[in-house]
Design a protein around this ligand. Sequence first.
Ligand SMILES: [Zn+2]
Length: 107
Amino acid sequence: MKCPMCEQGILKQGKIKEHMFGVYLGEFPAEICSKCNESFTSPETTRAIEEEAKKRGIWGMAKKTKITKSGNSLSVRIPKEIARFLKLEKGKEAYLHPEGNKLVIET
Ligand SMILES: [Zn+2]
């Protein structure tokens, strides 16, 4: 089968290592393009990946937040799921730095 992304490569049965938010979810079967390396998973596999992410408590962790003003600086509200995942607590020290257009919080 031809790759729908690059329309040049051939799709071959293989395995992909799936990660979400830096958490390794395991190996899953996928069709991988011989040219562009794009991988395609079946609806069943996509569901299995979702189940695995839910089991690890990281499903749906990407959330929208509003930036508010607090004195002269800005505040970002961190959803409780992310705070729990990163073990962030009130009063704990953290380091902030930009990375491209991302904001990295390190503890
Ligand atoms: Zn391709």
